[in-house]
Ligand binder design. Structure first.
Ligand code: UT7
Length: 349
C-alpha cells in the first residue's frame, strides 16, 4: 500500500506588516497586553484589493509544486482548508484549479478552521493510501483582515489574527517508513458557539442564544445578513477566549499523545512539533506539559499572529526552510480550534 510523503512545501506571507503599535490607531490596546497574553509582535495583512485567500494560496502552491519537481498538470486533486473563502460559494479549490490552469480534477474545500489543515492532510492521505490519487495539493490559506472588528469592541479577537497561506504536495511513495504515519481527528460540537462567526448564516437564532440580533421581524431575505446584525457586530467572529484557552491546553497534549501512543512512540522521538499557532502561551504550556525541549517545538506566531488553517503549513514551511526538518525526522502537527475540532498528524519526513 502506498503512503503519502510531503514532496514539496511552500508558503506566502503578504508584504504589509502590521505591528501591535500600529493597531493602536484603531482600538484601545497596548503592545504589552498583546505580547504578554499571546506572544504576538506583528502580523501581516493581505493587500485590500489585490490579494485574496485564493491568490495567496496560489503563490504558496506554485512554490510547493516546483519544490516537488512536478507541474500543476501533475496534480490529481485539491484539498483547500480555509474559514475566509473568496466567496461564500463556490469554494476556493476551484479558483486554484482555474488560476493554475490545472486539469479538470476534483477540488474539495474543508471547513475546520484552526484544525483545517490537519483535517485536509488526513483526507488527502486516505485518497493516496487507497491508490486513487498520486499527487494532491493540500492548502491552508486565510485573509482574516477583511472581516475583523477593528474597534475596541473586537480587540480580544482582532489583535490575534493575521493573513497568509501555506501549501504542500502530498505524493504517493512506496518507500518503507516514509510519509504520514497516522492522523487523528476529533470534534465536540457542545461548544460550537464559543468560537464562531454566526453570520452570514441560516441559523435564524435556532442554536445561538446570546449574543445575537432578534430578527423575528426581519424580512425573510434579510435573515441571512441584515443591517441589525451589522449594527450588533454579528458579522464578525465571536470568541470566548478564556474558555477556548482552557480546552485547548487539555486537547493539544491529549491528541499529540494519542498519535504517539498509537504508534508506540514517545515524546522523546519527536524531532519537531508544529503546533497550530493560536497563542504562544498555549504552545509553551503544551511544551511544558509534554516536557519537550525548545528545539523540539517550532513557533512563529510572534511574526504572523494566528493564521488559522494556514498556520501549520506556514510554520512547517519555515521550519523546513531553516533546515530544522530533514529526511527521517519525526514531525508532529497538532491543532485545536473552533468547533471545537482538534487533530494531529505524525509524519516521518
Ligand atoms: O486559533 C483558535 C483558537 N483560539 C485560541 O486558542 C485562543 C485562546 N484564548 C486566548 O488566547 C486568550 O483567551 C486571549 C489572548 C484571547 C485573551 O487573553 P485572556 O488572558 O484570556 O484575556 P481576557 O479575554 O480574559 O481579557 C482580560 C482583559 C479584559 O479586560 P477586563 O474585563 O479585565 O477589564 C479585556 O477587555 O483584557 C482586555 N482585553 C484587552 N486589553 C487590551 C481584551 N483584549 C484586549 C486587547 N488589548 N487586545
Amino acid at each position: 500500500m502506498p503512503t503519502s510523503k510531503i514532496a514539496g512545501i511552500g508558503c506566502y506571507i503578504p508584504e504589509n506588516k502590521v505591528t501591535n503599535e500600529d493597531l493602536k490607531q484603531y482600538m484601545e490596546t497596548t503592545d504589552e497586553w498583546i505580547q504578554e497574553r499571546t506572544g504576538i509582535r506583528e502580523r501581516h495583512y493581505a493587500h485590500r484589493t489585490k490579494e485574496t485567500t485564493t491568490t495567496m494560496a496560489v503563490e504558496a502552491s506554485k512554490i510547493a509544486i516546483e519544490r516537488a519537481g512536478i507541474t500543476a498538470l501533475d496534480i490529481d486533486f485539491i484539498v483547500f482548508a480555509t474559514l475566509s473563502p473568496d466567496y461564500y460559494f463556490p469554494g476556493c479549490g476551484v479558483l486554484v484549479q482555474r488560476a493554475l490552469q490545472m486539469k479538470e480534477i476534483g477540488a474539495l474545500d474543508i471547513r475546520n478552521q484552526c484544525s483545517g489543515f490537519v483535517y485536509a492532510l488526513s483526507v488527502a492521505d486516505q485518497f493516496i493510501k487507497t491508490g486513487m490519487y498520486k499527487n494532491i495539493l493540500v492548502i491552508g490559506s486565510e485573509k482574516h483582515s477583511f472581516g475583523l472588528d477593528f474597534s475596541t469592541r473586537g480587540r480580544n479577537v482582532s489583535v490575534l489574527f493575521g493573513d497568509g497561506a501555506g501549501a504542500v504536495v502530498l505524493q504517493a511513495t512506496e518507500k518503507e517508513g516514509q510519509g504520514i504515519i497516522s492522523t487523528h481527528l476529533h470534534s465536540d460540537g457542545q461548544s460550537a458557539e464559543l468560537l464562531a462567526m454566526y453570520n452570514p448564516g441560516t441559523h435564524a437564532n435556532h442554536w445561538v442564544k446570546e449574543p445575537v440580533a432578534d430578527y423575528t421581524d426581519a424580512a425573510i431575505g434579510e435573515m441571512f445578513m441584515s443591517e441589525q446584525m451589522i449594527d450588533k457586530a454579528q458579522n464578525f467572529p465571536f470568541m470566548d477566549g478564556p474558555a477556548v484557552f482552557k480546552k485547548a491546553i487539555v486537547k493539544f497534549p491529549e491528541v499529540i499523545m494519542e498519535a504517539l501512543t498509537k504508534n508506540r512512540l514517545t515524546t522523546a522521538d519527536i524531532t519537531i512539533l508544529i503546533p497550530h499557532q493560536a497563542n504562544l502561551r498555549i504552545s509553551q504550556f503544551v511544551q511544558q506539559k509534554l516536557a519537550l525541549r525548545n528545539d523540539q517545538v517550532f513557533n512563529n506566531i510572534q511574526h504572523y499572529g494566528n493564521t488559522t488553517a494556514a498556520s501549520i503549513p506556514i510554520a512547517l514551511c519555515e521550519a523546513w526552510q531553516q533546515g530544522k526538518i530533514k529526511e527521517g525526522d519525526l514531525v508532529c502537527m497538532a491543532a485545536f480550534g473552533s468547533g471545537f475540532t482538534w487533530a494531529s498528524a505524525l509524519v516521518r519526513w
